[in-house]
Design a protein around this ligand. Structure first.
Ligand code: UT7
Length: 319
């Protein structure tokens, strides 16, 4: 049975940077509070007219380049996003056209909020293992600034825009060793967008979060997914070389690192510069650490995420 191996990675952040000092001018907050409670110092935000698919395209082009793969060779495109360009067509179909891929390969979006990239890797892995695809582009891309309530100080300080991408190819050895995906829709009232297509509502739609309750659930749930992943794969904590966590809050990341007994020097942290970019945060962090030479071929990487739904999951990957 073929395995999904990472052939290349890419990332892209929009040019405009919003610092904590910028936010101090629009809501009642301070740089000190934001840094202490979240670890965030700045985040990137799209310009007027800049779309999720634009960010996805740039990240995808970088990933294809680093993989040495032509877009026409792709036989599956998956985009994880909560902020698609349109209700339809999917951002993956729009990306397919922007990449100039005209080979008829399937393209679709995955919507699992901050766990979106982990879910998308799970889907891609299944396609490759079952022989339905050999060369897959997986992108996490978001323009969360479009659904941010800039009057809600406990919320608007968190979110950033960006995109990360990975090209996976069929190989004789892993690659992706395991994915563990979960959801529990009973918690939807703790983190949601207050409008949508079917749920008609006048005016703009914004993210709403009971931050403290979500924080506690995230720490406990990520604790459990670490145990589940290690046990299911017969691994000890010491076997993990790198933790590439979803970047929601530095305190959540530190709690998971402590659970794994990993020093923060083995944890990829981008939240200080990127904020929380939802489905884009893990591929952006992974790409950052591959490009700066921290994550080396052959090392064992644990990715984990928790987000709206609730959804959560992990990916165990031999790079
Ligand atoms: O990625 C998807 C999953 N998302 C997460 O996992 C996010 C989870 N939640 C969090 O990261 C944190 O809960 C937040 C960063 C959102 C909030 O931090 P917190 O430590 O949980 O703060 P809190 O909501 O309990 O608020 C503590 C205090 C409150 O004041 P009082 O009631 O104690 O007087 C808030 O009004 O901090 C106040 N506060 C702020 N103060 C200054 C809330 N936001 C701000 C702010 N600046 N931006």
């Amino acid at each position: 049975m073929p395995h999904a191996r990472v052939l290349g990675t890419g990332g892209h952040l929009p040019a405009r940077i919003t610092t904590n000092a910028d936010l101090e001018k629009i809501v009642d907050t301070t740089d000190a509070w934001i840094v202490e409670r979240t670890g965030i110092r700045q985040r990137h935000h799209v310009a007027e007219g800049e779309l999720t698919s634009d960010l996805a395209l740039k990240a995808a082009e970088r990933a294809l380049e680093s993989a040495g793969i032509e877009a026409a060779e792709l036989d599956l495109i998956i985009v994880a996003t909560t902020t698609p360009d349109r209700v339809f067509p999917s951002t993956a179909c729009i990306l397919q056209a922007k990449l100039g891929v005209a080979n008829g390969c399937p393209a679709f979006d995955v919507q699992a909020v901050c766990s979106g990239f982990v879910y998308a890797l799970g889907v891609a892995d299944s396609f490759i293992r079952t022989g339905q695809a050999r060369t897959v582009l997986v992108v996490g891309a978001e323009t969360l600034s479009r659904i941010t309530d800039w009057t809600d100080r406990s919320n608007c300080i968190l979110w950033g825009d960006g995109a990360g991408a990975m090209v996976l190819g069929a190989a004789d050895a892993p690659g992706i060793m395991a994915t563990h995906l979960h959801a529990d829709g009973r918690y939807q009232d703790l983190l949601y967008v207050d409008g949508g297509v079917s749920l008609r509502k006048e005016g703009a739609c914004y993210m709403r979060m009971s931050g403290n309750a979500v924080f506690k659930m995230a720490v406990n749930t990520l604790d459990a997914i670490v145990d589940e992943t290690l046990a299911a794969n017969g691994l000890a904590k010491e076997d993990i070389d790198w933790l590439v966590p979803h970047q929601a809050n530095i305190r959540i990341i530190q709690a998971t690192a402590k659970k794994l007994g990993l020093g923060m020097d083995r944890v990829v942290v981008t939240i200080d510069r990127h904020g929380n970019t939802s489905a884009a945060s893990i591929p952006l962090a992974f790409d950052t650490a591959v490009r700066d030479g921290r994550i080396q071929r052959g090392e064992l990487v644990l990715m984990e995420a928790f987000g709206g739904g609730f959804t959560w999951g992990s990916v165990l990957l031999r790079y």
